[in-house]
Design a protein around this ligand. Structure first.
Ligand SMILES: [Zn+2]
Length: 72
């Protein structure tokens, strides 16, 4: 007795199995990268580029964020 597999019962499936090598080659790009940090020109803390320093509030040599810890 010949058993026929009715492919219409399944949804769209990949035509063939992806080899170990192909899978691993694809996944070489799936990696967590270390965030880019630059040194603050004012205080030297590690800061995200193109953003005001979270430690001293300086950006491009000017204070753009007021730190409210010294007030009162
Ligand atoms: Zn700073």
């Amino acid at each position: 007795m010949k058993v026929e597999l009715n492919l219409q019962l399944f949804g769209p499936l990949p035509a063939r199995r992806v080899s170990k090598t192909s899978k691993r080659m694809r996944r070489t790009h799936l990696k967590k990268e270390a965030p880019t940090v630059v040194k603050c020109a004012n205080c030297g803390a590690a800061v995200a580029p193109h953003r005001a320093c979270t430690k001293c509030g300086f950006y491009k040599g000017k204070e753009v964020l007021k730190q409210n810890k010294d007030e009162e």
